[in-house]
Each structure stands twice: as C-alpha cells, then as structure tokens.
Ligand binder design. Structure first.
Ligand code: BG6
Length: 481
C-alpha cells in the first residue's frame, strides 16, 4: 500500500478523568463502558486515566466493578483487572446540588491520585434529554468548567423537540458552557463514513461528478435486525424517524457538501451547514406522496408500549437539497428495525449515458458507487463491460474494495471519545447544525401528523410494498432491497 504522507492522523491522549453520567443505562452498557475499556486496552489512554461511573442505582464500588466485568466478559475482553481498578461508582441524586459537590470532591481525590498533573475532565451525559440542563447547571456550579480543561459530551436527541433544542442552545450560551460542549453523533466516528469524504475529495473522477449534472439519485439504506425491546420506554416516545434522522443527515451531509476551502474545523463545518440549511421543507402534497411509516408486527405486545402508541419502527422518505450542486437530485431513504439484516449503505446512482452504444445495449443504472458502511466496510463501483465468453454481449460488472480494520482501529465511539479528549470538535455538531436539523425534523413531523400519514404493519424481515412503490412514482428503483 502506498500510504500518502501528511494525511494520516495519529490519535493519542495524555490523560483524562471521566465522569460517566447514566453509567447504569443501556448506552453505557452496550457502547460506552466497552469503548472506554478498549481505549485503555489499546493504550490510547493508559496511565493517566480513571472513570467515575455515575448513576442513581444502588451500587457500590465492588458491585459496580462486578457489573463492568460482566459487560467486558460478554464482549470477549480479557485482562481487564487494571481497567477495573480505575473504575469507581458514585450514586447521585440528580436533583440535589450537594450531591454534585460531593462528586467534585471525589473527582479531585482521584485526579491527584491518577492524573499526574494532567488537567483534563471529560463528562459524558448519557442521560434522558429532560435531565440534561439541570445536570449541566450542577456541573457548572460544582466543577466550574473551562474549555481548556473540560469537555462535556451530550447525546442526541439534544432536547425532545425543536423548542427544547433551541432552549438548550440558549442555555449553553448564556451559561458560557457552549465551548465545553461536544454534541455527539456516533455515525461521524465510523471509519467508513469518514471514508466518504476521502473518496470524494481525493479522486478527480468522483470529485468532479458529485453533482446534478452526473448523478441521478442517491439512496440511503439503514436496516437493523434487532427490535426495540430493551429500550422501549425511550423508543416508544420517539420512533424511527427522530431516532435515526440525525445519523442519516450526517451521511447525507458528507455525500452532499461542497469541498471545504481548507481542511480545518471551521471550513468543514461551513460546508456541512450549507447542506443542512438547504434541506428542502416538503409541501403537504410531497409528504403525502413521499413519506412512509411502518411498524413491525408484534411491536404492540412489547411490555411498556403505550396503549394508544402510534410509534413507527420504519420510515422511508424522499429528501432534497436545494443547492446549486444538488438541485433536482432526490435522496431516497429507507430505515427500519427488525429488517432482514444489519445493513447501512449509501448508493450513488449515476445518470445513464445517452449515445448510440448505450441506446443499443441499454442497461439500467449503468454506474453506481456504493459505500457499504456496515456491517462490513466495502466500496463498490458498478459499470458495464463485455461479458465473459466469445460473444460480444454487455453485462453489469463491479469492482469492490473491502476495507480491513486492525485490532487497533478505534470504533465509532472510541474515535469520538478520543477526539473530545483531544479537544477536536470537527466531528461533533454545533448549535447551528442542530438548529437546522431540528427545523427539518419539526416541519416533517408536524406535516406527517397533520396529514395523518398512516402507520402500516410489516412482518419482520419484510419490506413494505408502499416503500417500493414510493420510488417507482419517480420511475426509479431501489438499488438495494
Ligand atoms: C442509535 C439509535 O442512535 O443508533 C438506535 O438510538 C440505533 O436505535 C443505533 O439502533 C444504530 O447505531 P449503529 O451504529 O448500530 O448503526
């Protein structure tokens, strides 16, 4: 491999003390505790490191360490004793200010024991949106956070609705903590998502053709095999659209952004924001025609689903970006739970040539560039060429590249945790990005509600007919079903 100099970034950290709020919750169990362990095991953070796990449940140090070791064991981890010895538990009363001052005291003790003079404090707020402001205020009053020594990671959905999101932005500004805040979307930490930018901007053939002159449409598929049984109290109040739209918009913004003037945080954000600002707010008629909602059979029987629940577990919709570059190119999205497999992919469908050859050998969708994000990381290009054998026939062929990861490759959460520790905000969302995303969510959600877009039922592993028909209205087909 001929690796170019100057574009490889080394990631490391000189040390950090972590406060993990919501340590007993689902996200911590599935992602955050394993990621923190991996950063430690891969030596991205090592000596100068400790974690205070914070929750309202009745654990003590020993029982929480047992809980962590069960999680790590189930992930196949070995030799985690030293990691465990750097994990502590703090039972908090979220509403009691005094509790935070006690936390601060505990943090200071551990800081002097483990951090060897490094002043770096990472707060991860893996807690429901309703608790975020209060917790931030208490952190502010007890820890007096400053951007030079504090990073506070906030999980989506950054408020439960547009109004709350705006209020949260205002709150962060007024309390002077915006600079410490990192709004995380873990899709931006995925190697295969970052790769979209490299492939686009480092290859003349793609750089020059990612626009409405050459591209016919773009398709995004996000399938998950799992249902929502574990997280029903959260999910039933949110649904597939709000749960996944931020991730989908990140994918779209990487595919659609203009080349940033420079490869720095400010310019990359500027390019992204131009996309978000120009997401078309569809009319009622467009939403009626191009928004599908589904729910898998059996959802209503899950313990905890509200009686009158109208929550969807599948959505398909069309989206448009009204920039000079993308005007007229539809983005089709389909995304759901309990699908036939886990699959996230972006298919860029080129226009067909219009010449004597292509008229004779017409093959639908001659060129498609596909980024398969997960579970495997693959890039594929489809083209037409002579078929094997003696006859002069044409068929669709493809090239593909499988990207390998090594044991050291950080996962999405690991990469973003490290970026935050290293104070790099490039892959985090800022307040302006959030406002544009929420504006789109609110408009779409209100229009869907007003027009009573029906909730269709689907058998697990089956795709809705109406989803297939939606794209046929535009005389197109899904590349991947
Ligand atoms: C989360 C959603 O943000 O992303 C989950 O809340 C979803 O419902 C998950 O399952 C998907 O993430 P990934 O990385 O598995 O595609």
């Amino acid at each position: 491999m001929n690796e170019k100099k100057g574009i490889c970034f080394e990631i490391f950290s000189s040390g950090v003390g972590v406060c993990l709020f919501g340590a007993t919750g689902d996200l911590s169990k599935k992602k955050l505790i394993p990621s923190l362990y991996n950063l430690y095991a891969k030596e991205y953070v090592r000596e100068n490191f400790f974690v205070i796990n914070i929750g309202s449940k009745d654990y003590d140090e020993e029982s929480f360490r047992e809980y962590v070791s069960r999680i790590l064991k189930s992930e196949g981890a070995q030799n985690y004793e030293s990691f465990l010895s750097r994990n502590f538990y703090f039972k908090i009363d979220y509403s009691d200010e005094k509790s935070y001052f006690n936390l601060y005291k505990k943090f200071l003790q551990l800081e002097s024991r483990f951090l060897n003079g490094v002043k770096n404090r990472l707060f991860y707020l893996a807690i429901p949106p309703g608790f975020v402001e209060k917790t931030l205020l208490n952190i502010k009053n007890s820890f007096n956070p400053k951007p030079r020594n504090t990073e506070i990671i906030i999980e989506k959905p950054y408020g439960s609705n547009f109004c709350e999101a705006l209020n949260l932005n205002l709150f962060l500004k007024e309390n002077n903590i915006e600079k410490c805040v990192y709004r995380i979307d873990h899709y931006l930490g995925k190697d295969s998502v970052l790769n979209i930018l490299l492939v686009r901007f480092l290859n003349f053939a793609f750089d020059k053709t990612f626009n409405n002159k050459f591209i016919d449409n773009i398709q995004i598929t996000v399938y998950e095999e799992e249902g929502v049984e574990d997280r029903i109290s959260f999910y039933d109040s949110i649904g597939a659209f709000k749960d996944m739209i931020t991730h989908i918009i990140q994918l779209i913004s990487f595919v659609a952004m203009d080349l940033p003037k420079d490869m720095n945080q400010r310019e990359i954000k500027k390019s992204k924001i131009k996309v978000l600002k120009n997401i078309k707010l569809f009319s009622e008629k467009e939403i009626k025609d191009y928004f599908i909602r589904g729910r898998y059979l059996g959802y209503e029987n899950i313990n905890g689903v509200k009686k009158d629940s109208d929550t969807e577990t599948f959505v398909a919709f069309k989206l448009e970006i009204e920039t000079y570059r993308w005007k007229g190119v539809p983005f089709y999205v389909k995304c759901g739970k309990k699908m036939k497999e886990k699959m996230t992919r972006v298919d860029i469908v080129y226009k067909n040539s219009d010449n004597a050859f292509s008229n004779k050998y017409f093959i639908e969708n001659s060129n498609i560039l596909s980024f398969i994000i997960q579970p495997q990381k693959i890039m594929e290009f489809r083209f037409n060429a002579k078929s094997d054998g003696p006859r002069f026939c044409v068929s669709a062929q493809s090239w593909n590249k499988h990207f390998n990861t090594t044991l050291l490759t950080p996962s999405d959460y690991e990469r973003l945790l490290l970026d935050a520790v290293n104070k790099d905000k490039t892959l985090f969302l800022d307040s302006v990005e959030m406002e544009y995303i929420w504006r789109y969510i609110k408009h779409t959600e209100d229009t869907v509600l007003k027009n009573k877009i029906i909730l269709e039922r689907y058998e697990p592993k089956k795709i809705l007919d109406s989803c297939l028909k939606m794209i046929e209205k535009d005389k197109r087909k899904w590349i991947y079903v």
